[in-house]
Design a protein. Structure first.
Length: 117
């Protein structure tokens, strides 16, 4: 199983980025997908997740600014990030879960997002 995140980079505050995560998962549509982030010195936190049915959930800190989506035909999950803030700076990871709730089974390597003030 491989989850390959891409799309990170350096952006000014107020800018936008779109992260992508390509998954080598059989029956991708059967997996709940999530985006997590970890800033230096902080614990990893869930940013957004999308269920097999397309329901979404977001951390309060990103609601209204970030949008998670998936294209099952492409085995890909996206994170559209708008109105970025310096506090969004972190390494962003995508993850996949065979469960409807709870822990994630598979993790990808992260992609760095840096937001300058």
């Amino acid at each position: 199983v491989q989850l390959q995140a891409s799309g990170g980079g350096l952006v000014q505050a107020g800018g936008s980025l779109r992260l992508s995560c390509a998954a080598s998962l059989r029956s991708f549509s059967d997996y709940r997908m999530g985006w997590f982030r970890q800033a230096p010195g902080k614990q990893r936190e869930l940013v957004a997740e999308i269920t097999t049915g397309g329901s979404t959930d977001y951390a309060n800190s990103v609601k209204g600014r970030f949008t998670i989506s998936r294209v099952n035909a492409k085995n890909t999950v996206y994170l559209e990030m708008n109105s970025l803030k310096p506090e969004d700076t972190a390494v962003y990871y995508c993850a996949a879960s065979t469960y409807n709730v709870g822990n994630y089974n598979y993790w990808g390597r992260g992609t760095q997002v840096t937001v300058s003030s």
